[in-house]
Design a protein around this ligand. Structure first.
Ligand code: 9WO
Length: 289
């Protein structure tokens, strides 16, 4: 099922601005979540990326179109047979080539893979823009025959330490992350906001109307119209959150002079707070006398 191919249309972009994907899946219909909604849909319509869906059932080699079989050694569940998967991967590579890819990489989505992060997404996006097509193999059942991993897979990718019922949702998540990094996939406002994770920090808090919601006020600075103060406050909040929730992200990252200053302010505010708590505790202990 060819949904779109870059090239050969009225509106063509340089080959280094698009991403080409092919997914091997027994549930191709699931991918409408990506092709029919939101930013990924608009980017597809704008021919910024293409997707070919290949169903290994087409290569089952049997009338019942089965792609799974019982595991050697016994046990519960089924394993995806290697022959239909290899044929589907080869067919995917042909489709990527036809869509303009000069080479291709085959990724398998599984919890055994290397953890995906923003840096890896950027690397995949950069490779895609240099005409590398990506085949995403989506496993089902208890997984795929190990010999497929040994012979046909370049990289195993994990989105986190959890098990799903198949690789389709992670494949879509990976593609979505790559697509939104493509030039022109996002509007200007959205691409500016993207800077936070690109800068290696968690996002800052956001507020919209009403000014007061359930008694909670919008921080004054955001109503000030002082764009310098607002930018500093957002950076400070991003630093505060990152330090509190993901200190690992801060440790592996260079820190500029402004950030050093903001972190010092945070530390000062924290110790002032602790002082206050200390005082309160004393007062409370007096009360209980
Ligand atoms: C199923 C299963 C059942 C009983 C005992 C162990 C079991 N392991 C699995 C299993 O890992 N199934 C996988 C389902 C097979 C490959 C595709 N599946 C999958 C991919 N689940 N979760 C992912 C995934 C991929 C990337 N990042 C996070 C999760």
């Amino acid at each position: 099922m060819e949904l779109a191919a870059a090239g050969e249309t009225e509106e063509t972009f340089a080959e280094n601005e698009v991403a080409r994907f092919a997914c091997v899946t027994i549930f191709p219909e699931m991918f409408s979540a990506l092709t029919q909604y939101g930013i990924s849909r608009r980017a597809l319509e704008a021919k910024l990326w293409s997707l070919t869906l290949v169903n290994p059932r087409s290569f089952s080699g049997n009338a019942a179109q089965t792609v799974d079989d019982r595991p050697y050694g016994g046990g519960p569940g089924m394993v995806m047979r290697p022959e239909p998967l290899l044929a589907a991967i080869e067919s995917s590579k042909m489709a990527l080539h036809a869509a303009g890819a000069r080479k291709s990489r085959v990724l398998y989505l599984s919890p055994q893979g290397r953890l995906l992060d923003h840096a890896r997404v950027m690397a995949i996006s950069a490779q895609a823009r240099q005409a590398t097509g990506f085949v995403l193999l989506c496993g089902r059942y208890e997984g795929v025959d190990e010999r497929i991993l040994e012979t046909a897979i370049d990289e195993e990718v994990s989105l986190g330490d959890f098990v799903l019922s198949g690789g389709e949702l992670p494949a879509m998540a990976l593609m979505d992350a790559v697509i939104r990094l493509l030039p022109r996939a996002l509007g200007d406002a959205a691409s500016a906001r993207e800077d936070s994770f690109a800068a290696g920090l968690l996002d800052c808090p956001h507020y919209t109307r009403p000014e007061v919601f359930l008694g909670q006020k919008t921080p004054e600075v955001l109503l000030s119209g002082d764009h310098g103060r607002i930018r500093r406050w957002r950076l400070k909040m991003a630093l505060a959150r990152t330090r509190k929730r993901r200190p690992d992200l801060l440790r592996n990252r260079a820190i500029c002079a402004e950030e050093t200053q903001l972190l010092a302010e945070l530390l000062a505010e924290e110790s002032a707070e602790q002082c206050g708590e200390h005082r309160l505790n004393k007062e409370n202990s007096h009360e209980s006398d």
